[in-house]
Design a protein around this ligand. Structure first.
Ligand SMILES: [Zn+2]
Length: 437
């Protein structure tokens, strides 16, 4: 009897263990606004931004198409109506469940907008119970995915909290790096060149497959050094037909076209009003050519097993291959996270986690970590790292110390060659610093 029960359980587990390994990303047509729905392989959902006031029904329609009724995680990138206006409609819809909400906090800096109905609606719907997401935090969406916050409130991963000035709402947007089976995706709300420059300086988002253009393709974002770092294969612009903004800007499209490997650029909507600053990609890459209906949603479907993804809208579909990991040296072991400030004895409990991003197993014998002062940890005690595997080493009284306030850690292979490097300028007790590598 017992054996039979075990067999039945095993049969159920294996039947449930092979769903289609696909990640779906819906760039919902919300005109001059953002709303991006991720449906993970395990069915988990992440909604980044929620369009404008009244756009909840557009999001609900896409949820119906996707076959989901629940938003497991909602992220408001920042407190502008075109990014958080529609979430109250969803919360009030009895057929939709919004489970957890994230925003960057620091609501004391939004000034007069606290009196606006949109803000009050947001606070009542999810804002009062939101979790404040800061750089380095992760969202648990699916075990086969990572969702890492790279910036929040104008502070980027590896940077200490500077004095908050709160003078640029757009630039303080939450930005996220989302990965799945080698596929890498960047979404950053309306961050602008200042935060982009800090992300680029720290190599936090190098070599992505898809970049959702910051700030709807504005000329104040997608700065050259940042976009060169991303080096995206595909760019998706969520834009509308706003005569003042004229998104996307031609100068931004020119930046994309000037990259060493120019990406394929898609727009949710065509800009149709008069103007001298705007640009449009060719019609075949625009989802809604009339820019009046909600039919401009762009769906990206990632097949993790095949290493491919498609970009679909109207009756069109384009296929792309997931990028090979960036080649830095002959092997690809990276520093995934550091814990400079453990709860308890730093000399014993400081930790570094490494990950093999290559395609072959790597023996860690002879490998070392070295800090700015030249002191080291041996990594020889770690087991051979399988492709995709992570391993954590504890200090255990070794010489190198991860300083709590700032340090730079270098990963050296058995030949003494640098394989990775990460600098940080702050830490919080018990909180690992995700490098984004
Ligand atoms: Zn915006």
């Amino acid at each position: 009897m017992r054996t039979l029960r075990i067999l039945v359980v095993l049969a159920l587990v294996s039947a449930g263990a092979s769903p289609a390994q696909t990640l779906r990303i819906y760039h919902i047509d919300v005109e001059q606004a953002d709303a991006t729905l991720f449906v993970a392989p395990n069915g988990g959902t992440l909604l980044v931004d929620s369009g404008k006031n009244g756009h909840g029904d557009r999001i609900k329609a896409v949820m119906d198409d996707a076959g989901v009724t629940q938003i497991d995680h909602f992220v408001a990138t920042h407190y502008h109506e075109d990014h958080y206006g529609g979430v109250d409609d969803l919360v009030e819809d009895e057929n939709v469940m919004v489970v957890a909400a994230f925003d960057r906090g620091d609501k004391e800096f939004i000034g007069d907008r606290v009196n606006q109905p949109t803000y009050k609606d947001y606070q009542r719907a999810v804002g009062e119970n939101s979790t404040h997401i800061t750089r380095g935090m992760t969202i648990s969406l699916d075990p086969s995915m990572t969702v890492t916050c790279l910036s929040s409130g104008g502070v980027v991963l590896g940077e200490a909290d500077p004095p908050q000035t709160g003078n640029d709402e757009n630039d303080m947007s939450v930005s996220l790096l989302v990965t799945f089976a080698g596929f890498r995706y960047f979404v950053g709300g309306d961050i602008e060149s200042h935060t982009e420059a800090k992300i680029a300086a720290r190599d936090l988002a190098v070599g992505v497959d898809v970049y959702q253009a910051n700030h709807h393709g504005s000329h104040t974002s997608s700065s050259t050094a940042f976009v060169e770092d991303l080096s995206p294969t595909v760019v998706v612009i969520s834009n509308g037909n706003n005569a003042t903004f004229q998104h996307p800007r031609q100068v931004t499209l020119d930046t994309f076209a000037g990259l060493a490997s120019p990406p394929t650029v898609f727009q949710t909507n065509k800009f149709l009003k008069p103007g001298t600053e705007f640009g449009n990609v060719p019609d075949e890459f625009i989802a809604d050519l009339e820019t009046v209906h909600k039919d401009g949603t762009i769906l990206i479907t990632v097949d993790g097993a095949a290493g491919t993804y498609s970009v679909s809208y109207r009756d069109l579909s384009h296929s792309f291959s997931v990028k090979a990991p960036t080649s830095a040296g002959t092997t690809r072991v990276v520093i995934e996270s550091l814990l400079p400030n453990p709860v308890g004895n730093d000399r014993l409990l400081e930790e570094v986690t490494l990950r093999n991003d290559g395609t072959a197993p790597v023996s860690m014998v002879g490998w070392m970590l070295e800090d700015e002062s030249g002191r080291t940890w041996s990594l020889s005690t770690l087991a051979t790292l399988a492709p995709g595997a992570s391993a954590t080493i504890q200090r255990n009284a070794m010489a190198m110390s991860l300083n709590n306030n700032r340090d730079e850690i270098v990963l050296l292979d058995q030949g003494g060659q640098e394989q990775d490097r990460f600098a940080y300028t702050g830490s919080a007790e018990g909180v690992p610093i995700q490098t984004g590598h």
